[in-house]
Design a protein around this ligand. Structure first.
Ligand SMILES: [Zn+2]
Length: 282
């Protein structure tokens, strides 16, 4: 089973996770920029983070045989912090980098006017740079948040077919599909979607334009949820081609809209002890 995790925050994960992901079949991933939990106090804090997503993290992933790309943006939560908003002016110089495959994650957190502004401005940046957009839908008030998101996308210069609407569930999948966008589902250990609910959505909705991600980060999450969905699909009677479509070909097609995917990372030379490059702090 070859797996492309289209949304995972590896900065918050260990090298053991990289090893386990490779063993489970993960060969590519996209790391969206997001909120680190600790509030940032200046655009310079974003610059260092963006540079880590462009430099250090792809290097680390490559040691484990995994192709790493990223999406960059001012995240929805920090769009409300005036200390962070000026990073919007710096994004153009980052969005031209080779491994940036979308603008994201953008969207709504609390649906404030400041979030309206950041979302519209960043959809425009995506259109200007020929990039698709990864749009997070809010965890609270999901359907209202999705509708407002779709309205803003419609008013933007970006083709709705170049938008991935993420964190969907049973209540939002139909409207999201109606917008023409791609459909992202985040599979979590204890809240929101789980693998059995995901299989039920796939049975009802089909596999077209559906992407499944672990959204693993610094919270309770599981970087192997993509594989677990693949196994649950097979157990429920889906074929291997269906699994390959959802877990590989769909994310390749969506992020391939950037024209920047590079998926030819060689297998790890040594997955055992002794990889001194990555032993921290030496
Ligand atoms: Zn995320």
């Amino acid at each position: 089973m070859r797996i492309f995790d289209p949304h995972i925050h590896m900065t918050s994960r260990t090298t053991d996770d990289y090893r386990a992901m490779y063993a489970a079949g993960v060969r590519a991933l996209v790391e969206p920029s997001f909120w680190l939990g600790q509030p940032r106090t200046s655009p310079a804090s974003f610059h260092d983070y963006f540079d880590a997503l462009l430099g250090w993290e792809p290097f680390r992933a490559a040691q484990y045989g995994i192709a790493h790309h990223c999406t960059l943006a001012l995240n929805p939560k920090e769009a409300n912090d005036p200390r962070c908003v000026p990073v919007l002016d710096d994004l153009p110089r980052y969005l031209v980098k080779d491994s940036v495959v979308a603008v994201g994650e953008i969207g709504y957190d609390s649906m404030t006017p400041a979030e309206d502004h950041a979302l519209a401005a960043q959809l425009q940046l995506a259109a200007d740079h020929g990039l698709p957009a990864l749009v997070h839908t809010p965890h609270r008030d999901k359907l209202a948040g999705l509708r407002r998101t779709i309205d803003v996308v419609r008013e933007s210069a970006l083709d709705p077919e170049h938008v991935l609407l993420d964190h969907l569930n049973e209540t939002t999948v139909k409207e999201a599909a109606g917008s023409g966008g791609w459909l992202g589902f985040s599979i979590y250990p204890d809240t929101k979607m789980d693998e059995d609910r995901m299989v039920a959505v796939l049975k009802a909705h089909g596999t077209d334009k559906v992407l499944v991600n672990s959204a693993a980060d610094w919270g309770r999450s599981d970087p192997l949820k993509t594989r677990k969905v693949g196994d649950a699909m097979l157990a429920a009677g889906f074929g291997e081609d269906d699994v390959d479509k959802v877990l590989w070909r769909n994310p390749v097609a969506f992020y391939g809209l950037s024209g920047r995917l590079q998926l030819d990372v060689p297998p790890p030379a040594d997955l055992h002890e002794g990889n001194s490059i990555l032993r921290g702090g030496e």
